[in-house]
Design a protein around this ligand. Structure first.
Ligand code: ATP
Ligand code: MG
Length: 453
C-alpha cells in the first residue's frame, strides 16, 4: 500500500491540539521503547481544522504489556482486544497493531460464513495495521518520536479531495464488518465529503448484512449517527443507500406504504429537531427519540391488536407498546433505562388526548410530561386534524400562567375533542383489582389500570 510520510514542518498538527492525557500515554509508551502513534479521528480531524471527539493511540506493545505500563488501565473487547487508559472521565483507547489473518488459531481470529470477522486479535506491524483500518482518511498515524505523519493508501490526498475511500476491496471489507457501511455515511456527513464511487457501489446490495450485527453494537452506532448533529443528513443518506431499513424495519414498512404519510413526516421532524437541539447544546435522549420514531408503528400495532382480539383501545395500546419495543430491540438493543421512559411517553399520549380539564394540572407534574408533550406537538404537526387541535390546546395551556390556565380549563370544560365513543371509554378501565392485572407478561394481559388524574 502506498505510504506518504509528511515531516513535522510540512503539516499543521501541533502537540497543543492533542489532549494532555493522550500525550502522556504516547510519551510513556515511547519512553518505554515501544512505537506509539496517534491514529484515526484524532489525526484526521485536527488536519481538517476540527476538534477531535476522542484520541486513539496505537502501539506495538501488546495489551498485556500496556496493562503493565499503566496502572490506570483495563483490557476490554473480545472482537478487538484493546486497553483503556482511564483518567477520571477521560479514556484513551490504546490498540496494538493488527496483523493479517493467516492460518491462525480460532481463539485469535475467526469469521462467519458471510465473511464477517468475529475475532480479530492477530498482532502485526504498522503497515499491516493500516491495511486493516476502514478508510484511507483514517489510516493516518502521527508519530510521537519525530512528529511526522504516516499516511497510508493516499489518506492525506483523499483528505484534501474530501473523499471517503475504503482501503482494499470494498465488498470484502463490508462483509468483514458491515458497520463500515454506516461509518462511510457518518463520515461523509460529518466531514462533508463524498463517498468515492467504488466504495459506495456495493452498499445497496450488502445493506441487509446489517441485520446480523449484534444489537448492542448497533445501539452505539445509532447514537453516533443520530445524536451528533447530523441526524437529518444521515437519515437521508441511509434511506438512499438502503441502510435504514435493516435497522428500523417497522418504520420502513410504513414509509414504504405511504411515502408522505405521518410516519415519514414524524421521522423528518424528529431528525431535524434532534439536530436543532444538538446545535443549541440542549440535551437529547434516546427515550424521546425512539418513542417518537416508533409512535406510528405503535399506533398501527395497537389497531391491529384491537381488531384481532377485541381489546379496548387502551388495552391494545399497552399490549402494542411491549410488542413494538421488543421488535425494535432485536436490531438495536435499547437499554431499559431508555425503553421504560419511552413507554411512559407513549402511555402519556393517551392521557394527554383526553385530559383537557382539571386533570391537566396533574399531568403537568408527571416526570415525563415534557417529553410526552413534545411528542404530542410533533404528532399535531404531522397529522393536523383532531390531534392538531389537542396539541394546540395543550400548547396554550402549557404556555399560560397559573390564572390563565384555570381560565382555559374552565372554558373547555369538556375538552375540545374526544374522538372515542362512550363504550370504548367504559371498557378502558378493567374492573379487576390492580394486583391481579399487573402480573403476566403476555401481550394480551390486562394492563395496569391508569391512575386517575
Ligand atoms: P470518531 O471518533 O470521530 O467517530 P474515528 O475515526 O476516530 O472517528 P473510532 O470509532 O474512534 O473512529 O475508531 C478509531 C479508528 O479505528 C478509526 O479511525 C479507524 O482507523 C479504526 N476503525 C474503527 N472502526 C473500524 C472498523 N469497523 N473497521 C476498520 N477500522 C476501524
Ligand atoms: Mg475516535
Amino acid at each position: 500500500m502506498r505510504l506518504d510520510i509528511v515531516t513535522r514542518d510540512a503539516h499543521t498538527i501541533s502537540r497543543r491540539q492533542i489532549s494532555e492525557n493522550a500525550l502522556k500515554v504516547l510519551y510513556r509508551l515511547s519512553k518505554s521503547g515501544y512505537k506509539a502513534y496517534l491514529v484515526g479521528g484524532g489525526v484526521r480531524d485536527i488536519l481538517l481544522g476540527m476538534e477531535p471527539k476522542d484520541f486513539d493511540v496505537v502501539t506495538n506493545a501488546t495489551p498485556e504489556e500496556i496493562k503493565k505500563l499503566f496502572r490506570n488501565s483495563r483490557l476490554v473487547g473480545r472482537r478487538f482486544r484493546l486497553a483503556h487508559i482511564v483518567f477520571g472521565r477521560d479514556v484513551i483507547e490504546v490498540a496494538t497493531f493488527r496483523g493479517h489473518h493467516g492460518e491462525t488459531d480460532e481463539k485469535i481470529s475467526k469469521s462467519n460464513a458471510e465473511g464477517r470477522l468475529l475475532r480479530d486479535n492477530v498482532y502485526g506491524e504498522i503497515d499491516e495495521d493500516a491495511e486493516r483500518r476502514d478508510f484511507t482518511i483514517n489510516a493516518l498515524y502521527y508519530d510521537i518520536s519525530d512528529y511526522s505523519i504516516r499516511s497510508y493508501g493516499g489518506g492525506i490526498s483523499d483528505l484534501d479531495a474530501r473523499t471517503i475511500r475504503l482501503i482494499g476491496d470494498p465488498e470484502t471489507r463490508y462483509r468483514e464488518d458491515p458497520v463500515r457501511m454506516l461509518r462511510a455515511v457518518r463520515f461523509a456527513t460529518k466531514l462533508d465529503m463524498q463517498i468515492e464511487s467504488k466504495t459506495a457501489a456495493p452498499i445497496k446490495e450488502l445493506a441487509p448484512l446489517l441485520k446480523d450485527i449484534p444489537a448492542a453494537r448497533m445501539y452505539e452506532e445509532v447514537l453516533k449517527l443520530f445524536f451528533a448533529g447530523k441526524a437529518q443528513a444521515n437519515y437521508e443518506m441511509m434511506r438512499d443507500l438502503g441502510l435504514f431499513q435493516p435497522l428500523f424495519p417497522q418504520i420502513s414498512a410504513q414509509i414504504k406504504e405511504q411515502p408522505n404519510g405521518y410516519t415519514a413526516k414524524m421521522l423528518n421532524a424528529v431528525m431535524s429537531n434532534t439536530d436543532l437541539r444538538v446545535s443549541q447544546d440542549k440535551p437529547v435522549t434516546p427515550a424521546f427519540f425512539y418513542a417518537a420514531l416508533l409512535w406510528y408503528p405503535l399506533k398501527q400495532r395497537a389497531d391491529d391488536i384491537a381488531l384481532e382480539s377485541g381489546l379496548s383501545h387502551y388495552d391494545a395500546h399497552v399490549a402494542a407498546m411491549g410488542d413494538v419495543m421488543e421488535q425494535q430491540c432485536r436490531t438495536i438493543s435499547i437499554p431499559r433505562r431508555f425503553s421504560t421512559p419511552a413507554k411512559d411517553i407513549w402511555q402519556l399520549q393517551l392521557r394527554l388526548e383526553r385530559s383537557q380539564g382539571t386533570r391537566a394540572f396533574k399531568l403537568l407534574e408527571h416526570p415525563k410530561f415534557r417529553a410526552a408533550y413534545d411528542l404530542l406537538l410533533l404528532r399535531g404537526e404531522a397529522e393536523a386534524g383532531n390531534i392538531g387541535k389537542i396539541a394546540a390546546w395543550w400548547q396554550s395551556f402549557v404556555e399560560a400562567d397559573e390564572q390563565q390556565r384555570s381560565d382555559i380549563v374552565k372554558s373547555s370544560k369538556k375538552g375540545p375533542s374526544r374522538n372515542r365513543n362512550a363504550q370504548q371509554r367504559k371498557r378502558r378501565r378493567p374492573s379487576k383489582p390492580k394486583s391481579e392485572s399487573a402480573g403476566t407478561t403476555e401481550k394480551n394481559s390486562a394492563p395496569k389500570a391508569e391512575t386517575k388524574g
